[in-house]
Design a protein around this ligand. Structure first.
Ligand SMILES: C[S@@+](CC[C@H](N)C(=O)[O-])C[C@H]1O[C@@H](n2cnc3c(N)ncnc32)[C@H](O)[C@@H]1O
Length: 279
């Protein structure tokens, strides 16, 4: 799958440029045997987040979608205006006073480069790398107090920029994936997880929560992608609701150590499901 990339990327490979709740970086070794073992022309990832799977697979043609506007603006700027971003990132300071000043800015009033720069800065210096917003859509993560956060990882951002040049990048709802559902395409779906309990809630990436109706809507999209001849792989939590939704498909269990986990009592390996329409 890597023929079109320079040796530098094939050798080292980009890493996800942002810390992201629910990021799949640590699960890649367990995913490896579950990815399609045959060629696929197009790769589509409608909940791309930190993009751990995309940056690992480096497909020659990709469509990346997420409903988080800040994240998508960041990817577009890294792809199309990297030098300006690298320049702008130099201005940032790792102090609480500066952090809260940057956090208070209205992203819509910034240029795309300033907006991407703010996004990366808050991600690297905010507590736990969380991207969390309140009901008004305002970023509300406290200052992380890290001694020496690596805000500018230029080598990795260059690799990320190169990888993103293979991709169409869209800010939209996951259902947009159906526009790209060509036979033989590989679609990886990693939605906000169905909560393990009433209090566990990973759904505050955007002001709109992802509830059971969305999970059902997603299961419909999964079935439609299956009907259209796509190879479909989906991650979710191991709950009876999710097992019931996908009972007609192949279900495997993988084990995640969740670093960003609001269930402080549950930091050990947590079983998660990988659901596929192929095996
Ligand atoms: C579990 S995370 C994906 C993590 C990613 N696989 C990684 O490795 O970093 C879920 C993502 O879905 C996005 N999202 C939430 N609701 C969405 C929707 N309706 N349509 C598209 N994306 C959505 C969130 O912004 C978040 O980035």
């Amino acid at each position: 799958m890597y023929e079109t990339y320079p040796a530098q990327i094939r050798g080292g490979g980009p890493r996800p440029p942002v810390k992201w709740a629910g990021g799949k970086f640590q699960l890649i070794p367990q995913f490896e045997p579950l990815f399609p073992q045959r060629e696929y022309g197009l790769y589509v990832e409608p909940f791309v987040g930190g993009g751990a799977v995309f940056f690992h697979l480096l497909p020659p043609r990709a469509v990346l979608i997420d409903s988080n506007e800040e994240l998508i603006n960041f990817y577009l700027v890294v792809r199309d205006d990297l030098e300006a971003l690298l320049q702008d990132l130099k201005k940032h300071e790792n102090t609480a006073e500066y952090y809260y000043r940057i956090r208070a800015l209205e992203p819509e009033q910034l240029t795309p480069v300033e907006r991407a720069s703010r996004f990366l800065y808050l991600n690297k210096t905010g507590y736990n790398g969380l991207w969390r917003v309140n009901s008004q859509g305002k970023h509300n993560v406290p200052f992380g107090r890290y001694k020496n956060p690596k805000i500018i990882d230029e080598t990795n951002l260059r690799l990320v920029s190169y990888a993103l040049r293979q991709a169409e990048i869209l800010c939209d709802d996951f259902s947009r994936v159906l526009e790209y559902a060509e036979p033989g395409a590989f679609v990886y779906l990693d939605p906000p997880y169905h909560p393990l309990s009433e209090t566990a809630n990973f759904t505050s990436y955007t002001p709109d929560a992802f509830g059971e109706d969305d999970q059902r809507r997603l299961a419909e999209v999964f079935r439609e992608l299956d009907r259209r001849g796509c190879l479909v792989m989906l991650s979710n939590s191991d709950t009876s609701f999710i097992r019931e939704l996908y009972k007609c498909y192949d279900i495997q269990v993988v084990y995640a150590k969740r670093a960003i986990n609001c269930r402080g009592d549950k930091r050990g390996p947590v079983p998660e499901l990988v659901i596929r329409n192929y095996s």
